[in-house]
Write a protein that binds this ligand. Sequence first.
Ligand SMILES: O=C(O)CCC(=O)C(=O)O
Ligand SMILES: [Fe+2]
Length: 210
Amino acid sequence: MAVPFSPFPRWPLWKDIGVKVDKDPGKSSGIGYNAFHMDLVNVTRPPDYTTLLCVRPDPLGGGRTILSDAHAAVARLSENGRALLAESAYRYGTFFDLFGVGEEYKPFPILAGAEPGEEFVRFTAKMLERSQLGRAHADAARELARELVGGQVSFMLQAGDYLVVNQRRFLHGREALGCGQDAVPVADRRLLLQMFLRAPAGASPAAQHR
Ligand SMILES: O=C(O)CCC(=O)C(=O)O
Ligand SMILES: [Fe+2]
């Protein structure tokens, strides 16, 4: 279906996402709400797929996976909102020691000009808190974040479940983990393994999922 690769030379192909109580709660391995995003949003060639293998769900019952159809959410926005999202006015995060994902993209448009439904909706709701955005562009992005939540589905990954997310179609995130993670031994805490996939040249992941 697609070829595994590691964008992070420093980490193994299967990157573990454990639980770190002292980490930024909204980020990977944090204990809080991980808002809707695509992985590696600020590169010119993001992974076509991001995949998550669940080794252990949260013993405290939190950490449901959330998914939302990005193009469906975009279609519910006003024309003016869509026009703002198509401007190169967005930025997020840093670019450091990455492999196989092109160049840093900064600033970037959330919506590409290409055929609707075929391209990435290059979005992370984390930019609303963590990046400097102009007022109108931030408002349009906040509107998109609201629509993503409105159209979301959520489910609990169980041990052995393997989720493959087409990043051209869906954005993903995670609900907060259960309260009291400090009391859970590290070896019993939630554990996922993450791997990225590149679609074969010429294959359109968006088309494959019609
Ligand atoms: O913890 C999760 O379920 C998702 C984490 C995630 O999306 C990420 O690390 O990129
Ligand atoms: Fe992610």
